[in-house]
Design a protein around this ligand. Structure first.
Ligand code: NAP
Length: 309
C-alpha cells in the first residue's frame, strides 16, 4: 500500500514529489511515457525565478526529477490507464486490463495539459509529415524552409521566434487582427525580420499527399479563400487538460479542467490536483510548481489526520 501516488511528472507533480518525499512519505510517481510534461517540449525558460541566465526546459525537469529522487521518490515510467477512487484505498492501474494495480491512501493528479489541434480535415493525416505542435522538437527539420504557424498567444510567438533560428521565413496566421500574447513577446516577434503575419485569417485545410505543400486559407473579413505554399504547419493554439481518465469521477469545469478548492483538494477527500490539469489561467512552470507544493502539503495533512496516518 502506497502513502501517495502522484500521477504525472511535470513541474507540479515533481514539486509535489520533492515535498512529499522530504516529508518521508516515500511517494510513488507514475510519470507517464511523456515524463517531464510540456517543459520537455520547450527551449529556454527565462521567467523561472532563480535562473538569471535562463534554463533549458528539459534541463530544469531533469534537475527537478533528480531532486525528487534524492529524497526517496520512486518513479514508474508508465501511463496510468484506470483509476478507482470510489473506495479506499484508492486504486491506480497502469497498462492494459491485466496491468499492474497499485493501492494508495492518497493521490495527487498532475497530468497537465496537451496541445490543441485545429480540427482540419487533413491535419492528423499529415501530422509528423509537416504538421506539428512542437517547434522545439521539429523546428530543425525545416532548416532554410518557409513555414507557417497558427495562433496569436505567447506560445505561438515563442515558437515563431524559436523557428527563425532554422527557417528562412515564418508566417503567423491569426484569426484576428490583434495578438493575445504579452507585450514583450509581441515586440520581439514584430521586430523579427523573418516573421510576417497574415491577419483575420483561418486555415481551412492543410494540403499535400505525402507531406505538407500548402494551406487553404480563408480571410474572415472578405470571405476570400486562397492557397498558401508552405513546407510546414506549426499549430500553437493552446492546450487541453489531460483529464480523460477522471471523467465522471472528479468534478471538472465545462472545459474539462479539474476543479480544486480549499487549496488543491478535489471533490474526493484524499485526491488532490495541481498544475495545468486544474489551471487554465496562469499555466506557468512557476505556478504549476507552487500548486504542486500546495497539493503535497494538503496531502500530508490529510494523511496525518485521524485514520490515515
Ligand atoms: P492562449 O493564450 O490561449 O492562445 C491561444 C491562441 O490561439 C489565441 O491567439 C487564439 O486566438 C488562437 N486560437 C485558439 N483556437 C484557435 C483555432 N481553433 N484556430 C485558430 N486560432 C486559434 O494559449 P497559449 O499561447 O498556449 O498560452 C497559454 C498560457 O501560457 C498563457 O497564459 C500564456 O501567457 C502562457 N505562456 C507563457 C509563455 C511565456 O511567458 N514565456 C510562453 C507560452 C505560454 P484568439 O486570440 O483569437 O483567441
Amino acid at each position: 500500500m502506497e502513502n501517495i501516488i502522484i500521477i504525472g511528472g511535470g513541474p507540479s507533480g515533481l514539486t509535489a514529489a520533492i515535498y512529499t518525499s522530504r516529508a518521508d512519505l516515500k511517494p510513488l510517481m507514475i510519470e507517464g511515457y511523456q515524463a517531464g510534461g510540456q517543459l520537455m517540449l520547450t527551449t529556454e525558460v527565462e521567467n523561472f525565478p532563480g535562473y538569471p541566465e535562463g534554463v533549458m526546459g528539459p534541463d530544469m525537469m531533469n534537475d527537478l526529477r533528480k531532486q525528487a529522487e534524492r529524497f526517496g521518490t520512486r518513479f514508474l515510467t508508465k501511463d496510468v490507464t484506470k483509476v478507482d477512487f470510489s473506495k479506499r484505498p484508492f486504486v491506480v492501474q497502469v497498462g492494459d486490463e491485466n496491468g499492474e494495480r497499485f493501492e494508495a491512501k492518497a493521490v495527487i493528479i498532475s497530468t497537465g495539459a496537451s496541445a490543441r489541434l485545429i480540427g482540419l480535415p487533413n491535419e492528423k493525416r499529415l501530422m509528423g509529415k509537416g504538421v506539428t505542435t512542437c517547434a522545439t522538437c521539429d523546428g530543425a527539420f525545416f532548416r532554410n524552409m518557409e513555414v507557417s504557424l497558427v495562433g496569436g498567444g505567447d506560445s505561438a510567438l515563442e515558437e515563431a521566434n524559436f523557428l527563425t533560428r532554422f527557417c528562412s521565413k515564418v508566417t503567423i496566421i491569426h484569426r484576428r487582427d490583434q495578438l493575445r500574447a504579452s507585450k514583450i513577446m509581441q515586440d520581439r516577434a514584430l521586430k523579427n525580420p523573418k516573421i510576417s503575419f497574415i491577419w483575420d485569417t483561418v486555415v481551412e485545410d492543410v494540403l499535400g499527399e505525402k507531406e505538407v505543400q500548402a494551406l487553404k486559407l480563408k480571410n474572415l473579413k472578405t470571405g476570400e479563400t486562397s492557397e498558401f505554399k508552405t513546407a510546414g504547419l506549426f499549430v500553437a493554439i493552446g492546450h487541453e487538460p489531460n483529464t480523460q481518465l477522471f471523467k465522471g469521477v472528479i468534478d471538472m469545469d465545462e472545459n474539462g479542467y479539474i476543479k480544486t478548492r480549499d487549496g488543491m483538494k478535489t471533490n474526493i477527500a484524499g485526491v488532490f490536483a495541481c498544475g495545468d490539469v486544474q489551471d487554465h489561467v496562469y499555466r506557468q512552470a512557476i505556478t504549476a510548481a507552487g500548486s504542486g507544493c500546495q497539493a503535497a502539503i494538503d496531502a500530508e495533512r490529510y494523511l496525518e489526520s485521524a485514520g490515515h496516518s
